[in-house]
Design a protein around this ligand. Sequence first.
Ligand code: UDP
Ligand code: MG
Length: 333
Amino acid sequence: MRKMTEYNKLNPKSVSVVVPVYNEKENLPAFIGRTMEVLDGLGCPVELILVDDGSRDGSPAIISEAAKQHPGRITGIFFNRNYGQHTAVIAGLSESRGEIVVTLDADLQNPPEEIPKLVAKADEGYDVVGTVRVGRQDSPFRKLFSWLINQVTAKTTGVRMKDYGCMLRAYSRPVVDAILQCPERSTFIPVLANTFADKTAEIEVAHAERPAGESKYNILKLINLQFDLLTSMTTFPLRLLSFIGAIISLIGIGFGLFLLIMRLLAGPDWAAQGVFTLFAILFFFVGAQFIAMGLIGEYVGRIYQEARGRPRYFVRERVGASSLPDIKINSST
Ligand code: UDP
Ligand code: MG
Protein backbone atom coordinates (compact mmCIF):
# COMPACT_ATOMS: atom_id res chain seq x y z
CA MET A 1 0.00 0.00 0.00
CA ARG A 2 1.15 3.49 -0.81
CA LYS A 3 2.00 5.89 1.97
CA MET A 4 0.72 9.43 2.31
CA THR A 5 4.14 10.92 1.62
CA GLU A 6 3.96 9.35 -1.82
CA TYR A 7 0.65 11.03 -2.49
CA ASN A 8 2.18 14.41 -1.84
CA LYS A 9 5.01 13.64 -4.21
CA LEU A 10 2.62 13.39 -7.16
CA ASN A 11 3.40 16.72 -8.69
CA PRO A 12 2.03 18.02 -10.95
CA LYS A 13 -1.30 16.45 -10.14
CA SER A 14 -2.47 13.58 -12.26
CA VAL A 15 -6.00 12.61 -13.15
CA SER A 16 -7.42 9.19 -14.03
CA VAL A 17 -10.81 8.76 -15.62
CA VAL A 18 -12.43 5.35 -15.14
CA VAL A 19 -15.33 4.33 -17.38
CA PRO A 20 -17.38 1.10 -17.42
CA VAL A 21 -18.49 0.12 -20.90
CA TYR A 22 -21.21 -2.37 -21.77
CA ASN A 23 -22.50 -2.46 -25.34
CA GLU A 24 -21.90 1.22 -26.03
CA LYS A 25 -20.70 0.93 -29.63
CA GLU A 26 -22.76 3.90 -30.84
CA ASN A 27 -21.66 6.21 -28.03
CA LEU A 28 -18.01 5.28 -27.64
CA PRO A 29 -16.41 7.23 -30.52
CA ALA A 30 -18.10 10.49 -29.49
CA PHE A 31 -17.44 9.75 -25.84
CA ILE A 32 -13.73 9.09 -26.31
CA GLY A 33 -13.35 12.13 -28.56
CA ARG A 34 -15.06 14.51 -26.17
CA THR A 35 -13.36 13.09 -23.09
CA MET A 36 -9.85 13.26 -24.55
CA GLU A 37 -10.46 16.83 -25.60
CA VAL A 38 -11.50 17.75 -22.06
CA LEU A 39 -8.55 15.86 -20.55
CA ASP A 40 -6.10 17.61 -22.87
CA GLY A 41 -7.41 20.89 -21.53
CA LEU A 42 -6.59 19.94 -17.92
CA GLY A 43 -2.90 20.58 -18.42
CA CYS A 44 -1.68 17.74 -16.21
CA PRO A 45 -0.81 14.07 -16.79
CA VAL A 46 -4.02 12.17 -17.52
CA GLU A 47 -5.19 8.66 -18.30
CA LEU A 48 -8.49 7.31 -19.55
CA ILE A 49 -9.27 3.76 -18.47
CA LEU A 50 -12.05 2.04 -20.40
CA VAL A 51 -13.25 -1.17 -18.80
CA ASP A 52 -15.21 -3.35 -21.18
CA ASP A 53 -17.75 -5.30 -19.15
CA GLY A 54 -18.17 -8.16 -21.61
CA SER A 55 -19.73 -6.19 -24.47
CA ARG A 56 -20.97 -8.17 -27.46
CA ASP A 57 -21.40 -5.31 -29.90
CA GLY A 58 -17.92 -4.39 -31.04
CA SER A 59 -17.14 -1.97 -28.22
CA PRO A 60 -13.87 -3.81 -27.41
CA ALA A 61 -12.58 -3.17 -30.94
CA ILE A 62 -13.28 0.55 -30.59
CA ILE A 63 -11.50 0.60 -27.23
CA SER A 64 -8.44 -1.24 -28.60
CA GLU A 65 -8.26 1.16 -31.50
CA ALA A 66 -8.47 4.19 -29.20
CA ALA A 67 -5.74 2.76 -26.97
CA LYS A 68 -3.51 2.39 -30.03
CA GLN A 69 -4.16 5.95 -31.10
CA HIS A 70 -3.45 7.42 -27.67
CA PRO A 71 -0.56 5.34 -26.36
CA GLY A 72 0.13 5.85 -22.69
CA ARG A 73 -3.09 7.77 -22.22
CA ILE A 74 -5.88 5.34 -22.95
CA THR A 75 -5.93 1.91 -21.33
CA GLY A 76 -8.42 -0.78 -22.25
CA ILE A 77 -9.41 -3.57 -19.89
CA PHE A 78 -11.59 -6.38 -21.17
CA PHE A 79 -13.71 -8.73 -19.08
CA ASN A 80 -14.57 -12.17 -20.41
CA ARG A 81 -18.23 -11.66 -19.57
CA ASN A 82 -20.63 -9.18 -18.04
CA TYR A 83 -19.96 -8.64 -14.33
CA GLY A 84 -21.87 -5.42 -13.73
CA GLN A 85 -21.09 -1.74 -13.67
CA HIS A 86 -19.62 -1.55 -10.18
CA THR A 87 -17.29 -4.48 -10.69
CA ALA A 88 -16.06 -2.85 -13.90
CA VAL A 89 -15.41 0.39 -12.05
CA ILE A 90 -13.47 -1.47 -9.33
CA ALA A 91 -11.26 -3.03 -12.02
CA GLY A 92 -10.67 0.43 -13.45
CA LEU A 93 -9.87 1.88 -10.05
CA SER A 94 -7.29 -0.81 -9.36
CA GLU A 95 -5.62 0.05 -12.65
CA SER A 96 -5.69 3.79 -12.07
CA ARG A 97 -2.67 5.77 -10.94
CA GLY A 98 -3.96 9.32 -10.82
CA GLU A 99 -4.01 11.39 -7.68
CA ILE A 100 -7.59 12.24 -8.48
CA VAL A 101 -9.82 9.59 -10.01
CA VAL A 102 -13.02 10.49 -11.81
CA THR A 103 -15.64 7.90 -12.70
CA LEU A 104 -18.37 8.42 -15.26
CA ASP A 105 -20.64 6.53 -17.64
CA ALA A 106 -19.80 5.89 -21.28
CA ASP A 107 -23.28 6.67 -22.55
CA LEU A 108 -22.75 10.45 -22.59
CA GLN A 109 -25.51 10.93 -20.00
CA ASN A 110 -22.79 12.43 -17.81
CA PRO A 111 -21.23 15.12 -20.01
CA PRO A 112 -17.41 14.68 -20.01
CA GLU A 113 -17.23 18.48 -20.07
CA GLU A 114 -18.07 18.41 -16.34
CA ILE A 115 -14.81 16.63 -15.46
CA PRO A 116 -12.77 19.82 -14.88
CA LYS A 117 -15.38 21.05 -12.38
CA LEU A 118 -15.01 17.83 -10.39
CA VAL A 119 -11.23 17.88 -10.55
CA ALA A 120 -11.15 21.48 -9.35
CA LYS A 121 -13.39 20.64 -6.40
CA ALA A 122 -11.35 17.54 -5.50
CA ASP A 123 -8.25 19.67 -5.74
CA GLU A 124 -9.63 21.85 -2.96
CA GLY A 125 -9.06 18.88 -0.68
CA TYR A 126 -12.31 16.95 -0.89
CA ASP A 127 -11.97 13.16 -0.75
CA VAL A 128 -15.23 12.48 -2.48
CA VAL A 129 -16.93 14.88 -4.83
CA GLY A 130 -20.44 13.72 -5.56
CA THR A 131 -22.76 15.23 -8.08
CA VAL A 132 -26.40 16.16 -8.28
CA ARG A 133 -27.98 15.76 -11.67
CA VAL A 134 -29.72 18.95 -12.66
CA GLY A 135 -32.48 18.42 -15.18
CA ARG A 136 -32.19 14.68 -14.96
CA GLN A 137 -33.13 12.96 -18.22
CA ASP A 138 -34.56 9.67 -17.03
CA SER A 139 -38.03 8.18 -16.84
CA PRO A 140 -40.26 9.25 -13.91
CA PHE A 141 -40.09 5.67 -12.66
CA ARG A 142 -36.27 5.78 -12.52
CA LYS A 143 -36.39 9.09 -10.69
CA LEU A 144 -38.82 7.75 -8.10
CA PHE A 145 -36.65 4.68 -7.59
CA SER A 146 -33.55 6.82 -7.17
CA TRP A 147 -35.33 9.05 -4.70
CA LEU A 148 -36.21 5.98 -2.61
CA ILE A 149 -32.63 4.68 -2.78
CA ASN A 150 -31.23 8.02 -1.74
CA GLN A 151 -33.55 8.23 1.26
CA VAL A 152 -32.70 4.73 2.49
CA THR A 153 -28.99 5.19 1.87
CA ALA A 154 -28.82 8.49 3.67
CA LYS A 155 -30.59 6.93 6.67
CA THR A 156 -28.47 3.79 6.82
CA THR A 157 -25.07 5.29 6.12
CA GLY A 158 -25.54 8.56 7.92
CA VAL A 159 -23.90 10.43 5.06
CA ARG A 160 -26.47 12.65 3.46
CA MET A 161 -25.93 13.07 -0.24
CA LYS A 162 -28.65 14.16 -2.58
CA ASP A 163 -27.76 11.81 -5.40
CA TYR A 164 -26.02 8.51 -4.72
CA GLY A 165 -26.98 7.10 -8.07
CA CYS A 166 -24.97 9.43 -10.26
CA MET A 167 -21.66 7.81 -11.09
CA LEU A 168 -20.02 11.02 -12.28
CA ARG A 169 -17.80 11.38 -9.23
CA ALA A 170 -14.29 12.23 -8.19
CA TYR A 171 -12.28 10.41 -5.52
CA SER A 172 -8.95 11.21 -3.92
CA ARG A 173 -6.18 8.63 -4.14
CA PRO A 174 -6.36 7.64 -0.44
CA VAL A 175 -10.08 6.90 -0.79
CA VAL A 176 -9.49 4.86 -3.95
CA ASP A 177 -6.81 2.85 -2.15
CA ALA A 178 -9.19 2.28 0.75
CA ILE A 179 -11.94 1.09 -1.60
CA LEU A 180 -9.49 -1.31 -3.21
CA GLN A 181 -8.70 -2.82 0.17
CA CYS A 182 -12.26 -4.11 0.41
CA PRO A 183 -12.29 -7.59 -1.13
CA GLU A 184 -16.07 -8.01 -1.03
CA ARG A 185 -17.93 -9.06 -4.13
CA SER A 186 -20.98 -6.87 -4.13
CA THR A 187 -20.32 -3.22 -3.71
CA PHE A 188 -21.89 0.11 -4.23
CA ILE A 189 -18.93 2.36 -4.79
CA PRO A 190 -20.32 5.81 -3.94
CA VAL A 191 -21.43 4.55 -0.53
CA LEU A 192 -18.25 2.61 0.12
CA ALA A 193 -16.23 5.72 -0.74
CA ASN A 194 -18.16 7.78 1.76
CA THR A 195 -17.30 5.41 4.59
CA PHE A 196 -13.61 6.18 3.99
CA ALA A 197 -13.92 9.86 3.14
CA ASP A 198 -12.91 12.65 5.42
CA LYS A 199 -14.33 15.64 3.57
CA THR A 200 -17.10 15.24 1.03
CA ALA A 201 -18.71 17.74 -1.30
CA GLU A 202 -21.54 17.69 -3.79
CA ILE A 203 -21.73 19.82 -6.90
CA GLU A 204 -24.36 20.23 -9.58
CA VAL A 205 -23.78 18.78 -13.03
CA ALA A 206 -25.81 18.57 -16.18
CA HIS A 207 -27.45 15.34 -17.27
CA ALA A 208 -28.21 14.43 -20.85
CA GLU A 209 -30.45 11.96 -22.55
CA ARG A 210 -28.86 8.81 -23.89
CA PRO A 211 -27.98 9.59 -27.51
CA ALA A 212 -28.00 5.91 -28.49
CA GLY A 213 -28.65 2.49 -27.04
CA GLU A 214 -30.78 1.93 -23.97
CA SER A 215 -30.28 1.79 -20.22
CA LYS A 216 -28.69 -1.46 -19.12
CA TYR A 217 -30.72 -1.41 -15.94
CA ASN A 218 -34.11 -3.06 -15.90
CA ILE A 219 -36.30 -3.32 -12.82
CA LEU A 220 -34.67 -6.58 -11.67
CA LYS A 221 -31.16 -5.18 -11.93
CA LEU A 222 -32.27 -2.08 -10.06
CA ILE A 223 -33.72 -4.15 -7.23
CA ASN A 224 -30.50 -6.18 -7.12
CA LEU A 225 -28.52 -2.99 -6.87
CA GLN A 226 -30.70 -1.81 -4.00
CA PHE A 227 -30.06 -5.04 -2.12
CA ASP A 228 -26.33 -4.74 -2.79
CA LEU A 229 -26.46 -1.29 -1.38
CA LEU A 230 -28.46 -2.16 1.71
CA THR A 231 -26.63 -5.34 2.64
CA SER A 232 -23.21 -3.95 1.87
CA MET A 233 -23.70 -1.19 4.37
CA THR A 234 -25.65 -2.59 7.28
CA THR A 235 -26.95 -5.65 9.02
CA PHE A 236 -29.81 -3.55 10.31
CA PRO A 237 -32.54 -5.61 8.56
CA LEU A 238 -31.44 -8.63 10.61
CA ARG A 239 -31.57 -6.65 13.79
CA LEU A 240 -35.08 -5.54 12.88
CA LEU A 241 -36.24 -9.15 13.43
CA SER A 242 -35.40 -9.12 17.13
CA PHE A 243 -36.91 -5.73 17.47
CA ILE A 244 -40.22 -6.76 15.92
CA GLY A 245 -40.16 -9.96 17.96
CA ALA A 246 -39.72 -8.07 21.19
CA ILE A 247 -42.66 -5.84 20.36
CA ILE A 248 -44.94 -8.77 19.46
CA SER A 249 -43.98 -10.56 22.68
CA LEU A 250 -44.65 -7.49 24.76
CA ILE A 251 -48.05 -7.09 23.12
CA GLY A 252 -48.74 -10.75 23.96
CA ILE A 253 -47.77 -10.28 27.59
CA GLY A 254 -49.76 -7.06 27.85
CA PHE A 255 -52.79 -8.70 26.32
CA GLY A 256 -52.44 -11.66 28.69
CA LEU A 257 -52.32 -9.40 31.70
CA PHE A 258 -55.31 -7.46 30.46
CA LEU A 259 -57.27 -10.73 30.05
CA LEU A 260 -56.27 -11.88 33.52
CA ILE A 261 -57.54 -8.69 35.10
CA MET A 262 -60.78 -8.81 33.12
CA ARG A 263 -61.19 -12.46 34.10
CA LEU A 264 -60.96 -11.52 37.77
CA LEU A 265 -63.28 -8.56 37.39
CA ALA A 266 -65.86 -9.89 34.94
CA GLY A 267 -65.79 -13.64 35.44
CA PRO A 268 -64.98 -16.62 33.20
CA ASP A 269 -67.57 -15.86 30.54
CA TRP A 270 -65.68 -12.85 29.48
CA ALA A 271 -63.44 -13.01 26.40
CA ALA A 272 -65.00 -16.03 24.70
CA GLN A 273 -64.09 -18.49 27.41
CA GLY A 274 -60.37 -18.48 27.03
CA VAL A 275 -60.08 -18.21 23.24
CA PHE A 276 -58.52 -14.78 23.62
CA THR A 277 -56.11 -16.16 26.16
CA LEU A 278 -54.83 -18.48 23.48
CA PHE A 279 -54.20 -15.44 21.31
CA ALA A 280 -52.17 -13.83 24.04
CA ILE A 281 -50.07 -16.97 24.44
CA LEU A 282 -49.67 -17.25 20.67
CA PHE A 283 -48.49 -13.65 20.43
CA PHE A 284 -45.92 -14.28 23.10
CA PHE A 285 -44.47 -17.33 21.35
CA VAL A 286 -44.53 -15.83 17.87
CA GLY A 287 -42.64 -12.88 19.29
CA ALA A 288 -40.17 -15.19 21.01
CA GLN A 289 -39.54 -16.93 17.70
CA PHE A 290 -38.80 -13.64 16.04
CA ILE A 291 -36.36 -12.77 18.78
CA ALA A 292 -34.62 -16.11 18.30
CA MET A 293 -34.43 -15.53 14.54
CA GLY A 294 -33.03 -12.09 15.16
CA LEU A 295 -30.38 -13.61 17.43
CA ILE A 296 -29.38 -16.06 14.74
CA GLY A 297 -29.42 -13.15 12.31
CA GLU A 298 -27.05 -11.30 14.59
CA TYR A 299 -24.55 -14.15 14.25
CA VAL A 300 -25.10 -14.40 10.52
CA GLY A 301 -24.49 -10.67 10.27
CA ARG A 302 -21.23 -10.98 12.16
CA ILE A 303 -20.14 -13.92 10.03
CA TYR A 304 -20.99 -11.85 6.97
CA GLN A 305 -18.88 -9.00 8.19
CA GLU A 306 -15.94 -11.27 8.91
CA ALA A 307 -16.30 -13.06 5.59
CA ARG A 308 -16.36 -9.75 3.80
CA GLY A 309 -12.91 -9.11 5.21
CA ARG A 310 -13.01 -5.35 4.99
CA PRO A 311 -10.02 -3.62 6.53
CA ARG A 312 -10.81 -2.77 10.12
CA TYR A 313 -9.42 0.70 9.72
CA PHE A 314 -7.69 2.75 7.14
CA VAL A 315 -4.58 4.76 7.99
CA ARG A 316 -4.80 7.99 6.13
CA GLU A 317 -1.55 9.53 7.18
CA ARG A 318 1.47 8.77 9.34
CA VAL A 319 3.69 11.43 10.83
CA GLY A 320 7.23 10.91 12.11
CA ALA A 321 9.43 7.87 11.76
CA SER A 322 10.74 5.69 14.58
CA SER A 323 14.49 5.47 15.04
CA LEU A 324 14.24 2.03 16.68
CA PRO A 325 15.59 -0.87 14.68
CA ASP A 326 12.86 -2.99 13.13
CA ILE A 327 13.06 -6.34 14.91
CA LYS A 328 9.56 -7.53 14.14
CA ILE A 329 9.65 -11.07 12.78
CA ASN A 330 6.72 -10.61 10.44
CA SER A 331 7.35 -7.05 9.48
CA SER A 332 4.99 -6.37 6.61
CA THR A 333 6.73 -3.36 5.14
N1 UDP B 1 -22.56 -0.74 -17.59
C1 UDP B 1 -21.64 -1.76 -17.40
N2 UDP B 1 -22.08 -3.01 -17.09
C2 UDP B 1 -23.42 -3.28 -16.92
C3 UDP B 1 -24.34 -2.24 -17.08
C4 UDP B 1 -23.89 -0.97 -17.41
O1 UDP B 1 -20.43 -1.54 -17.53
O2 UDP B 1 -23.75 -4.43 -16.63
C5 UDP B 1 -22.09 0.62 -17.93
C6 UDP B 1 -22.76 1.25 -19.14
O3 UDP B 1 -22.07 0.94 -20.34
C7 UDP B 1 -22.67 2.72 -18.82
C8 UDP B 1 -22.80 2.75 -17.32
O4 UDP B 1 -22.42 1.45 -16.85
O5 UDP B 1 -21.40 3.26 -19.17
C9 UDP B 1 -24.20 3.10 -16.87
O6 UDP B 1 -25.12 2.23 -17.45
P1 UDP B 1 -26.56 2.73 -17.94
O7 UDP B 1 -26.43 3.98 -18.74
O8 UDP B 1 -27.24 1.58 -18.59
O9 UDP B 1 -27.27 3.04 -16.56
P2 UDP B 1 -28.28 4.23 -16.26
O10 UDP B 1 -27.74 5.48 -16.88
O11 UDP B 1 -29.58 3.82 -16.86
O12 UDP B 1 -28.29 4.29 -14.77
MG1 MG C 1 -26.98 5.90 -18.54
